[in-house]
Ligand binder design. Sequence first.
Ligand code: EPZ
Length: 445
Amino acid sequence: MDKFIIRGGNPLTGTVRVSGAKNSALPLMAAAILTEEEIALENIPHVRDIATERRLLASMGAVVELHEPVAPEDGSSTAPLSHTTICCRSLSEPVARYEIVKTMRASSLVLGPLVARTGLARVAMPGGCAIGGRPIDLHLKGLEKMGASIVQQHGYIEARAPRLRGAHIVFDRITVTGTEDLLMAAALAEGESVLENCAREPEVADLAGLLTAMGARIEGAGTSTLRVHGVRSLHGARYCINPDRIEAGTFLMAGAITGGDLTVAGCNPDHLGAVIAKLREAGVRVDVVAADAVRVRGADKLAAADISTEEYPGFPTDMQAQYMALATQAEGVSLVRENIFENRFMHVQELVRMGASIKVDGNTATVRGPARLSSAAVMCSDLRASASLVLAALVADGETVLDRVYHMDRGYERFEEKLRGAGAQIQRMGDVFPPRFGPSGATHA
Ligand code: EPZ
């Protein structure tokens, strides 16, 4: 099981380039189920969850191919994007099997498209995960309103509908993949659907962009009300997905916590409003230096600032753990309220083991800083908690060993390479105990 070894103390400098958004890629790949024609998606990140979704689609009979970028003959500087093609011409088996689903939560995203395209879906219940129970009752309620009959047995959900009917659906609570699942179902349903209280995360608008390119008729993308006029069929398309706003936010926090001067390139600053505002409130210098680049310069002294996670455009729950690591270095008391998931403080105990002063009471963590962090052997538990521990290790005294970094690999592409490229002393090690960093930061046996 891979580990990261990180020696703290280096400010991050230079430029780091973000990859495509994992949470766009997952629904947009599922959208390929809606058509017999080929979909080509550019800027798909090479992360574990995407590899799992490729396996999932292939297990249903889809032809999924990854096309690595070809260096441009004209030697142009812009790095070409890799693209993935997916063709669901023959879906031999509209089943998402447990063996695949259990390793990736977002399998619920194939439910709506499978029912809409084939009239039948059998999807293993994904089960909970470290951060919460992750129910999908709102997905199922919406599909039933669209005429699907739903049976849950033996750990599987079976949904059937000769053809889904358009419906007026008001989500009891805002759900990102619930909105995406039902938007895909509505695209092929008979008649008009109105979806209210939808998620406004940029990934939903990204999905609407692809569906529209495929011939879907959608109004209100990016707002909380989506109006969809169902069509009989959708055609193929080529589409470039959003940059990953959470990866970008994570690197901004890394530049801030290490007191560095780091430019995060290839991002969309418009998707980072709440994160940038909070960093500025904490005394960090943040400048939008281009349409796709944000520069962060760490403050001599970080100021405490509270956060309360909210649906987009509020402060994202996926940035809560990373912000908490930063707050351990701020002067004063920061309150961190987690309003989206019921168990998203798995990073707290590991941060405390590194010397942080954090007390949890219900959904609120009280962080007192600045705390001098020292290296420790810590355990990654979920994707964003892992990122939080990396940020803490970047400022801790000594060498921190992070175990179970496969959690990180689910959503961060070449994370250690990108950090090393910005000056971090970080190495990925197998099970053999790691060599020590030399004076230059290079590892040696
Ligand atoms: C998406 O998860 C993201 N994943 C999550 O990112 C992200 O944290 C979350 O949205 C919130 O922004 C993907 O997009 C693949 P929700 P999702 O449905 O859609 C409750 C990461 O780190 N709920 O918006 O599963 C649910 O329990 C991951 O990249 C129901 O009660 O989240 C939660 O409390 C983690 N019933 C709240 O709603 C439902 O049917 C929001 O969940 C659905 C959700």
